[in-house]
Design a protein around this ligand. Structure first.
Ligand SMILES: *Cc1c(COP(=O)(O)O)cnc(C)c1O
Length: 343
């Protein structure tokens, strides 16, 4: 029996079309800036988001960490939500790479507002670290794939401009967010100084993220990428997968969202689920009954052929993606509704 893998949207295999595009890519040495496929991918994404330039990197962690390094000096402070990937899941990289401290906010499903940010911006006083950067995330991973609209982002961007702070977006799942909000990618360039876009999540490539910014920032970013060991040579084979994904895998994200909604509906009808965070994209976070442990329920799902992970003692995460078909989702209905978690 084929297992259904809902652990993450990073588990996807490249499609035949994507592999064909990769094999036929024209490549060069990207450390010399001579890989035309990498250059095309960077340009394509920069144009799409209304930014000046882009930089292809091996991972979203690297694009985020490079952006933070570009926008801060040692002893500065970064403001973000306490659930932020840059803070929780990047190994303490802000301290290690940028020698900066972090001010954490307590948003709703990871969403923060200008009213929450403003009082946390430090006054110019030698006792305080200088607040120089705000980081937002969209969609919000730990917020159960919550989506932020540009209308919600605008007041934060205006605040950052007026206080002279940079604004970076961790857009690992930005295309999922755009699918839900209907916002135009092009408008993002008006609000953000840096944007990270992952190609290996919902878009289904094997590797790759692109950092977007203005020309001066991306020039500095290329220097930092080299120092971190992220300068790749004939990287066009990987970039070709990214171009293919942008052309072929954005429209279908709505299917993943539909699948996530169905999973949530079925989970709500069971007697072992206490609550489900209403899905806004391709992530479903749910809590098991008070008397159950999430890890035990994950084991039962695994036995039934459904792989998933816990994200807390009571919380389980499902993520839908390119390799989950509608017949897989039908099988999930069967597994979810028949699961006996009370043995
Ligand atoms: C996955 C993810 C990243 C980047 O992760 P990598 O595995 O380093 O590519 C960054 N931010 C968020 C919110 C993510 O979910």
């Amino acid at each position: 029996m084929k297992e259904i893998d809902l652990r993450s949207d990073t588990v996807t295999q490249p499609t035949k079309g994507m592999l064909d595009a990769m094999f036929s890519a024209k490549v060069g040495d990207d450390v010399f800036g001579e890989d035309e496929t990498v250059n095309a991918l960077q340009e394509k994404l920069a144009n799409l988001f209304g930014m000046e330039a882009g930089l292809f990197c091996p991972s979203g962690t690297m694009t985020n960490q490079i952006a933070i390094k570009c926008f801060t000096n040692p002893m500065d402070e970064v403001i973000c939500d306490q659930t932020a990937h840059v803070y929780r899941y990047e190994g303490g990289g802000i301290a290690f790479n940028s020698l900066a401290s972090v001010r954490l906010l307590n948003g709703y499903r990871g969403k923060i507002t200008a009213e929450m940010v403003e009082p946390e911006i430090n006054a110019d006083n030698i006792h305080y670290p200088s607040s120089t950067l705000v980081v937002l995330e969209n969609t919000i991973n730990k917020g159960g794939g919550a989506c932020v609209t540009l209308k919600e982002i605008e007041p934060i961007a205006n605040l950052c401009k007026s206080k002279n702070l940079s604004l970076h977006l961790d857009g690992a799942r930005i295309f999922n967010a755009l699918t839900t909000t209907g916002d135009s990618a092009k408008d993002y360039g008006k609000y953000f100084d840096g944007i990270s876009v992952c190609l290996s999540k919902g878009l289904g490539t094997p590797v790759g993220s692109v950092l977007l910014g203005n020309k001066a920032m991306i020039k500095k970013a290329a220097r930092i990428r080299k120092i971190l060991g992220g300068g790749m040579r004939q990287a066009g084979f990987l970039a070709a997968a990214g171009i293919y994904a942008l052309d072929n895998h954005i429209d279908r994200l709505k299917i993943d969202h539909l699948h996530a909604n169905k999973l949530a509906e079925w989970l709500l009808q069971t007697n072992y689920v206490k609550s489900v965070m209403p899905p806004e994209s391709n992530i479903v976070l749910f809590d098991v009954d008070d008397k159950l442990a999430a890890e035990d329920v994950v084991k039962l799902f695994a036995k039934a052929g459904l792989k998933c992970n816990t994200t807390g003692p009571k919380t389980i995460r499902f993520v839908t993606h390119l390799d989950i078909s509608s017949s897989d989702i039908d099988k999930c209905e069967n597994i979810i509704t028949k699961l006996n978690a009370w043995n």
